[in-house]
Design a protein around this ligand. Structure first.
Ligand code: ZN
Length: 193
């Protein structure tokens, strides 16, 4: 039984790695991490890109696929949301996962209007954790790629905290400092031009 599980796990990992390499921009699609799609019943047009963290410490060695499957379940059952609240998620290895269909507006526990926002979430709590280089690269490249795709201007790329500073520290100190000192936008801007 255990051997079978290891074999299936290994086969799935190889398949996932192959899919990640083949898929555009190395984004791991919802079906590839074991998620199920939400019904698209209204379509938003993207004007903003907004960066979040998940707010819960993500331990190294924790399986992101199981985490995503649980997050999708929790979002639908506990929160009664249509799907995971974020459109893209980045794990500790800088791997990018597709969350909610970008045509659907996200969800939030704070008061900014999420309609028109493409929401990117870095897994972990960056009040306590530090963003590593792979995560930073993934965040920059995903932002640049999506900003080009949706023609989002640089001034519309912000952190969650930038929108509602009194309500949240999200995406956490170690990511927010990159917004406060301009590093993130400078990097994105250089790659956009
Ligand atoms: Zn947030």
């Amino acid at each position: 039984m255990n051997r079978l599980r290891i074999f299936v796990g290994a086969a799935f990992s190889i398949l996932l790695a192959a899919c990640a390499i083949m898929s555009q921009n190395n984004i791991i699609r919802q079906a590839e991490w074991g998620g199920t799609p939400a019904r698209v019943d209204s379509v938003q047009s993207i004007e903003f890109i907004t960066i979040h963290h998940s707010g819960v410490v993500f331990e190294s060695g924790k399986d992101p696929l199981t985490y995503l499957q649980n997050l999708q379940n929790w979002s639908r059952t506990e929160k009664q949301w249509i799907d995971i609240p974020y459109h893209y998620l980045i794990d500790l290895d800088g791997k990018i996962y597709e969350g909610r269909d970008a045509r659907l507006a996200g969800d939030t526990n704070t008061s900014y209007d999420v309609k028109g926002h493409l929401i990117i979430c870095v897994l972990g709590n960056y009040e306590e954790q530090t963003l590593n280089e792979k995560q930073y690269d993934a965040l920059v490249h995903l932002t640049v790629n999506r900003a080009k795709h949706y023609a989002v201007p640089l001034e519309n790329i912000r952190s969650h905290h930038d929108w509602v500073p009194a309500e949240t520290v999200c995406p956490g100190r170690d990511i927010q400092r990159l917004f406060d000192d301009g590093t993130f936008k400078q990097t994105v801007s250089a790659l956009l031009n």
